[in-house]
Write a protein that binds this ligand. Structure first.
Ligand code: IVH
Length: 666
C-alpha cells in the first residue's frame, strides 16, 4: 500500500475512534480512554490534517468550530412546528391522561416510552444527504433562530452520517443543556470576569447557544440529547419509538441512557418514582419524565392540538420550588467589600430542606425581577445550587416596600461607594471591616491558596472576633496559648492546627500570590505573574506597563495589583509573612523563557489548548508584540498585531506550523 493510502486509512480510523469516544464521554458518561490518550489521538489527527489539508473530511472533529463571528442570528421557519408538551402535575393527572389515551385508542393497555425531561432548550437539527445541515432553536414553535454554528460545536452530534437507508433530508429534535458541574465552574468564571451570573444551568445553556462567537459557545461544554424526529413518517419501516431511538443510537446520535419502555400504568408510575430517587445523582438537571406512546402508528390517530401533541405528556417532578414571603432584605459583605443583597424569607420547606434565606445576587437582579420586601416569591433549589428567587407572584402583591440600596456598610458602618459603570456597592474599609478581614484570611488558607488543612471558617472567625489575628501574617505567630483562648478546642486539634500552619510554609510562588487575595487576581493570573517575575521582590517592584504585557492581565487588574502592593499595610503583611519562614518555590524556567504572542482565530485549535501547550513547552504568552517577542502566532483575521510584528521584523508562524510545534508538547 502507498504511504498516501496508509495515511488516509489512519485518518478515517482516527475520525471514527475520536467520534466514538466523544459520544462515550459526552453522552454516556462512560469514557473508555484517559484524557491524555484522547488528546494524543486528537493531536495525531491534527498533524495529519495540517500535512494533508486536502483530505480533511467534514465529519472530522476538528471541523466543529467555524471561524466566522456572526453579527446576528437568521430567523428560520420550522418545516414542522415544534410543539410544546402538556403537563401532568401529579399522579392523578397522569392517571387521567393514561385513561384518556387508552380510551381514544380503544385498548386497555398502552405501551409507553419514557425518558427524562431535560431542563435545557429545544433545537431542531436537519441533515441533508447525511450531512449536518442546520440547527434552529424552538423560538415560538414556528420560527426559531439559526444556531447551526454553535450546535455544531457540541462534540457528540455527528457531522456526517453514512447509511444508505436514510431519507435524503430529515429533522431531529433534541435538547441542549449544560451539566450542573460545568454550570458552577463557568458561572463562577463569568462572575469573576463580568459581574454577570446566570441563575441556573438552563439559562447558561440558553445564553451559550446564543453566543455570536462559536468559539465562546464551544468553550461552554454544551451537551445534547436527541429525543425524537419531526418527520418520523419518513422512517416508515420503523413502527415503535424505542426501535427508532435504538436506530438513531446505532447511527451515532446521542441518546439518553435512562429511556425505558413501560408496558402498563403501574410500570409507568413505578418508573417515575425510581427516577425521582435517581434524579440527584444525574449530572444534568431534569425536571420530570416525558412519556410518549411507543407505537408510532398511534400518533396519527391521536393527533395534536395547536399547542401540543396528544401522544405525549410531561409528568413533572414536584418542583424544588416553594412560594414564600420576603420578610426583609439584608446585606452581606464579601471578601473584597462587595455588598450582596440577601432575602430573609418566611421559613419554607423545599424538597425536604428548610430554607430561610436566598441570595439576590445583585441590585440589577432585584430590578429585573421586580422584587420588593413583603412580596411573595417562588424560591428554587436546583440540585446543589444555593436557593435562588425565581419570580414574584404578582397576584399576591400587597403592601410591598421598595428595597432601598444601602448607604453604609452593614458591618462597619462606613459609607459605601459605587464605582462608575458598576452596579455593585462596595465597602472600602477593608482593613477594619470584620467580614472582609475574616474572608481574606479564609481565602488565604483555602485549598488552592496556602492550603492550611483542617482550620475551618468558624475557627478563623473566632480568632478574628477575639482579636487574636487581624491579617494573614498573624497566623504564623499563633501558638498553643492563642488557640487555648478559643471555645471548646482540645489539645489534639491545636496540635493539628499548628502543624498544618507549619506545613503550609513551603509553597509555590503562584499559590502565594493567589493567597494574597488581590482583587480579581485568580489562579490563572497568579500563575502568569509567578512566571513573569523572578522573585517576590521583583513582583513587589512591578509597574503597570510590566503588568499589562502579561497575558490575561488587563488594565483594571493591573491597577488592582498596583493598589495592593503600594498599600503600606499590605507591604508589611507580606514582609512579615516572609520573615515568618515562608519558603517560596519559584518555577524553574523564569530566567530564560521565550515570549510569544497569539492573534486571530484558529480552525483546528482552541486558544486555551494553544496556551496550555505553549506553557508546557516553556513559552510565555503575552498580549503585546514587542521587541522581546520571539514570534507571533497568526490565525485568521489577525488584526493589527500582524502589522506590528512585520514592522518590528518579528517572525510570524501560521496554524500549520503551530500544530507541528505543539505536537512536541505531547
Ligand atoms: S418530546 C412535541 N422529550 O420539553 C414535543 N421533549 O415542555 C415532544 N423536552 O419543547 C417533545 N426533554 O424541548 C421531549 N425527553 C424529552 C424532552 C423534551 C425536554 C422539552 C422539549 C419541549 C419541551 C416541552
Amino acid at each position: 500500500m502507498t504511504d498516501e493510502k496508509n495515511i488516509k486509512m489512519r485518518y478515517q480510523e482516527l475520525i471514527s475512534i475520536i467520534n466514538k469516544h466523544n459520544l462515550l464521554y459526552h453522552s454516556y458518561d462512560s469514557p473508555e480512554i484517559s484524557d491524555s490518550e484522547y488528546d494524543n489521538l486528537y493531536k495525531e489527527l491534527k498533524i495529519i490534517e495540517s500535512n494533508n489539508p486536502k483530505i480533511i473530511k467534514i465529519n472530522s472533529p476538528t471541523q466543529r468550530v467555524g471561524a466566522s463571528l456572526l453579527d446576528h442570528f437568521d430567523k428560520i421557519k420550522h418545516d414542522i412546528p415544534m410543539l410544546s408538551l402538556s403537563n401532568a402535575a401529579d399522579e392523578s393527572e397522569f392517571k387521567d391522561y393514561y385513561v384518556r389515551i387508552t380510551k381514544s385508542l380503544s385498548s386497555s393497555n398502552v405501551e409507553l416510552f419514557a425518558e427524562p425531561k431535560f431542563d435545557g432548550l429545544a433545537v431542531s437539527i436537519t441533515y441533508k444527504d447525511g450531512k449536518f445541515d442546520k440547527a434552529v432553536t424552538r423560538g415560538d414553535g414556528y420560527i426559531g433562530e439559526d444556531v447551526t454554528q454553535n450546535v455544531k460545536t457540541i462534540k457528540s452530534i455527528p457531522l456526517f452520517i453514512k447509511d444508505k437507508h436514510l431519507p435524503s433530508k430529515f429533522t431531529l429534535k433534541g435538547e441542549v443543556f449544560i451539566d450542573k458541574k460545568d454550570f458552577e465552574i463557568i458561572n463562577k468564571e463569568l462572575n469573576n470576569k463580568e459581574d454577570k451570573k446566570y441563575s441556573n444551568p438552563r439559562n447558561l445553556a440558553a445564553g451559550s447557544i446564543r453566543q455570536l462567537d462559536p468559539l465562546v459557545a464551544s468553550n461552554r461544554n454544551l451537551k445534547l440529547f436527541i429525543h425524537g424526529i419531526s418527520d418520523y413518517e419518513k422512517f416508515r419501516h420503523i413502527n415503535k419509538h424505542d426501535i427508532l431511538i435504538e436506530h438513531l443510537k446505532d447511527l451515532g446520535f446521542p441518546i439518553n441512557k435512562y429511556y425505558k419502555v413501560l408496558k402498563n400504568l403501574d410500570e409507568a408510575i413505578h418508573y417515575f418514582n425510581e427516577m425521582k430517587k435517581t434524579r440527584n445523582s444525574i449530572p444534568y438537571e431534569i425536571d420530570g419524565l416525558v412519556y410518549r406512546i411507543n407505537n408510532l402508528t398511534d400518533y396519527k390517530t391521536l393527533g395534536s392540538t395547536s399547542k401540543a401533541p396528544k401522544w405525549a405528556i410531561a409528568y413533572k417532578f414536584k418542583a424544588l420550588e416553594a412560594l414564600t414571603r420576603i420578610r426583609d432584605v439584608t446585606f452581606q459583605v464579601g471578601r473584597t467589600g462587595t455588598i450582596t443583597p440577601v432575602a430573609e424569607l418566611d421559613k419554607v420547606n423545599i424538597g425536604g430542606v428548610s430554607v430561610s434565606r436566598a441570595t439576590l445576587h445583585n441590585f440589577s437582579e432585584i430590578r429585573s425581577k421586580d422584587i420588593h420586601i413583603n412580596d411573595y416569591v417562588y424560591v428554587k433549589r436546583a440540585g446543589d445550587v444555593i436557593p435562588d428567587i425565581d419570580r414574584v407572584e404578582l397576584k399576591k402583591r400587597n403592601n410591598v416596600k421598595k428595597i432601598s440600596t444601602p448607604k453604609r456598610c452593614p458591618s462597619c458602618n462606613s459609607l459605601l461607594s459605587q464605582l462608575e459603570g458598576q452596579i455593585a456597592f462596595r465597602c472600602l474599609n477593608s482593613k477594619k471591616c470584620t467580614p472582609q478581614i475574616e474572608q481574606t484570611i479564609i481565602h488565604f488558607i483555602s485549598r488552592k491558596a496556602m492550603n492550611i488543612v483542617g482550620i475551618g471558617d468558624q475557627i478563623i472567625k473566632e480568632l478574628v472576633s477575639k482579636k487574636i489575628i487581624s491579617r494573614s501574617a498573624d497566623l504564623f505567630i499563633l501558638d498553643k496559648a492563642s488557640f487555648e483562648k478559643l471555645d471548646r478546642v482540645g489539645d489534639k486539634s491545636i496540635n493539628n492546627y499548628l502543624s498544618a500552619i507549619e506545613k503550609s510554609k513551603t509553597v509555590t510562588f503562584d499559590k502565594f500570590i493567589f493567597a494574597l487575595g488581590i482583587k480579581e487576581v485568580g489562579e490563572a493570573s497568579s500563575k502568569s505573574l509567578a512566571r513573569t517575575f523572578k522573585s517576590i521582590n521583583e513582583f513587589l517592584k512591578c509597574n503597570k506597563d510590566n503588568l499589562i504585557e502579561i497575558n490575561d492581565i488587563g488594565p483594571i487588574v493591573a491597577d488592582n495589583i498596583i493598589d495592593f502592593i503600594k498599600d503600606s499595610d499590605n507591604k508589611k503583611n507580606i514582609t512579615d509573612l516572609l520573615n515568618s519562614g515562608i519558603n517560596l518555590n519559584y518555577p524553574s524556567h523564569t530566567s530564560n523563557y521565550k515570549v510569544v504572542v497569539i492573534t486571530g482565530k484558529f480552525l483546528t485549535l482552541s486558544r486555551d489548548e494553544i496556551i496550555n501547550d505553549l506553557t508546557k513547552l516553556g513559552y510565555h504568552v503575552s498580549n503585546t508584540v514587542s521587541k522581546k517577542t520571539e514570534f507571533l502566532i497568526c490565525g485568521e483575521k489577525p488584526g493589527s498585531k500582524e502589522k506590528k510584528a512585520n514592522d518590528l521584523g518579528i517572525k510570524i508562524i501560521y496554524e500549520d506550523e503551530l500544530v507541528k510545534l505543539l505536537a512536541k508538547a505531547h
